[in-house]
Write a protein that binds this ligand. Structure first.
Ligand SMILES: Cc1cc2nc3c(=O)[nH]c(=O)nc-3n(C[C@H](O)[C@H](O)[C@H](O)COP(=O)(O)OP(=O)(O)OC[C@H]3O[C@@H](n4cnc5c(N)ncnc54)[C@H](O)[C@@H]3O)c2cc1C
Ligand SMILES: CC(C)=CCC/C(C)=C/CC/C(C)=C/CSC[C@H](N)C(=O)O
Length: 487
């Protein structure tokens, strides 16, 4: 039953958000926007605010170890930094190469025109056509911002995707990226040489990921990517502060429904959130709860009790391990099979093909999260900070092979994003129970900062409309046609 102590027209008294990554903190921000200043919002987080947005200090600078780049068309992330008054980081030019485990099979030139003709020579117009294909997916994707601007929300990931891209987005979810691109007429050679290195660096997986996350991955190789000055996690601390929420440094262990008598003589159902922090265990009651952490093996361990039908602690599907190893040292360029002198080697991003010899997914020279005036990225002849993405931790032998010398190694083992294996199984719902919401269901379409921000706004809108019983703003069909000409 959907009843509240105050009656449905009054705002809720208290809301809990579980997790303070970009999803949880964006949810706190949007919930404040929807429900106004009076509601108490508690955000539970046992670890650092930011979650998968994290930095590590090496020498005098800090470097991103998790989520690092943002697309120029990621409008929620853009809006957050504008609202919070945080600048974006200065951008330094970068050069890319592709490594097949033995040698560099492609090396970008400093000259756009040279790159253009090299691509044209090898792959015809495939490169341009790929950019056009990604652009066409992004065009549809951008519709979500108009829907959310008008207050529309969706109860499942599938309905949200359908509202954006119709059947074509659901088809993408059911196909591998390889199948989708072959269907668009791309050759196997182009997919192996160019597309696979991008899916490997971005999602640590092959071109057998689903077509939708594949398109997002290719968007993640577009030009104009940006990051937040001082570290992407600053957006999370900023949103938390802006939302006037209380951060409770504790781990949520269980959530249950409690029915209490109300002042008006009827009954009211509330959620009891049990948690453990430094000062022991405790529990509090809430009108609305938003779970903003993946409910999957190894990611969280929350028990849901008293719900019918039952809510599982873990939904089917696994998260994929990506190890980010940050090494401060001198790169061994001969590991890449190149005879160029290290001092002339100015490639900063090395992607890898899906070949047997490749034990790493990528190798990149990192810039600090804040780039001071006069900073220049060191060439491979000097010590620099390199980030290696690999499925398994690097062994001392691997490190010695890749680096001539190094003075620090820092490792972050992430259960980074879902293991994407189409055909698509039904995603978990955004609504777990009457007023209990789940945000990370969206990661099964694609995991990225903007996806969590979109899900956060969707869940805040859903929570608001369901509280006030405004059904006309939920799961509406054909919004694209209905809103045409509205903005
Ligand atoms: C190595 C790596 C590189 C990436 N690169 C990019 C990139 O370049 N661009 C991009 O857009 N995306 C990138 N991503 C993906 C992006 O980081 C994630 O999609 C996004 O940060 C997820 O945010 P979230 O808030 O939904 O989840 P999380 O950041 O995982 O937040 C969940 C939070 O919940 C907390 N929590 C867990 N259990 C409990 C509990 N029981 N009680 C209370 N709190 C709990 C966790 O501690 C965590 O802080 C990358 C991810 C990784 C790992
Ligand atoms: C959601 C949309 C429309 C676009 C997001 C595009 C984007 C930024 C994708 C990147 C996703 C991701 C998980 C990247 C991980 S690695 C990032 C970088 N190449 C690195 O080496 O750190």
């Amino acid at each position: 039953s959907f009843t509240s102590a105050a009656g449905l027209t009054e705002p809720p008294k208290s809301i809990a958000v579980v997790g303070a990554g970009i999803g949880g903190t964006a949810a706190a921000f949007y919930l404040r926007q929807e429900f106004g200043p009076a509601v108490k919002i508690d955000v539970f987080e046992p670890d650092a605010v930011g979650g998968r947005l994290a930095t590590v200090k090496i020498g005098e600078f800090e470097y991103e170890t998790g989520g690092s780049v943002i697309h120029p068309l990621n409008l929620h992330m853009k809006h957050f930094i504008e609202k919070l008054g945080i600048p974006s980081r200065k951008n330094l030019p970068s050069k890319m190469a592709i490594f097949d485990g033995k040698e560099l099979v492609f090396e970008e030139s400093d000259w756009f025109i040279v790159n253009f003709f090299r691509m044209l020579w090898r792959y015809g117009f495939s490169f341009l056509r790929m950019q056009m294909w990604v652009e066409s997916v992004l065009d549809k994707f951008m519709r979500i911002y108009q829907y959310q601007q008008f207050g529309y929300s969706f109860t499942t990931v599938e309905r949200l995707l359908h509202a954006m891209g119709g059947d074509s987005f659901l088809t993408l979810m059911n196909q591998t990226l390889e199948e989708a691109m072959m269907g668009e007429g791309f050759s196997q050679v182009f997919i192996n040489d160019i597309v696979a290195p991008v899916t490997r660096v971005n999602y640590g997986q092959s071109v057998r990921i689903n077509g939708f996350v594949g398109a997002v991955s290719l968007a993640g190789a577009d030009s104009g990517l940006w990051a937040v000055d001082g570290g992407n996690k600053r957006v999370c601390t900023g949103l938390l502060y802006n939302s006037k929420s209380e951060l409770i440094p504790a781990k949520v262990t269980s959530i249950s429904v409690k029915v209490r008598p109300s002042k008006k003589g009827s009954s009211v159902s509330l959620y009891e959130v049990n948690y453990v922090g430094d000062s022991g265990s405790a529990h509090s009651l809430y009108d609305i709860v938003v779970v903003a952490t993946p409910l999957h093996q190894g990611k969280s361990d929350i028990t849901f009790s008293g719900f019918a039908p039952p809510i599982p602690s873990h939904y089917p599907g696994l998260y994929h391990q990506t190890v980010a190893t940050l090494v401060h040292g001198k790169l061994n360029v001969s590991y890449l099979g190149t005879s160029e002198p290290a001092s002339d080697f100015t490639v900063s991003e090395i992607l890898t093909t899906d070949s047997k010899g490749c034990t790493i997914n990528s190798l990149g020279c990192l810039d600090p999260v804040h780039i001071p005036n006069g900073y220049r990225r060191p060439s491979a002849g000097h010590s620099a900070v390199w980030k290696v993405f690999s499925p398994q931790p690097l062994s001392p032998e691997q490190l010695r092979e890749m680096f001539l010398s190094y003075d620090s190694v820092s490792e972050a083992r992430w259960l980074a994003y879902p293991t994407y294996r189409p055909p698509h199984r039904k995603t978990p719902p955004f609504i777990l129970h009457d007023r209990l919401y789940y945000l990370n269901a969206v990661e099964w379409a694609a995991s990225a900062m903007e996806m969590s921000a979109i899900a956060a706004r969707n869940v805040a809108l859903l929570a608001h409309h369901r509280w006030h019983q405004q059904v006309t703003k939920i799961d509406q069909e054909d919004l694209h046609t209905r809103l045409r000409g509205e903005l």
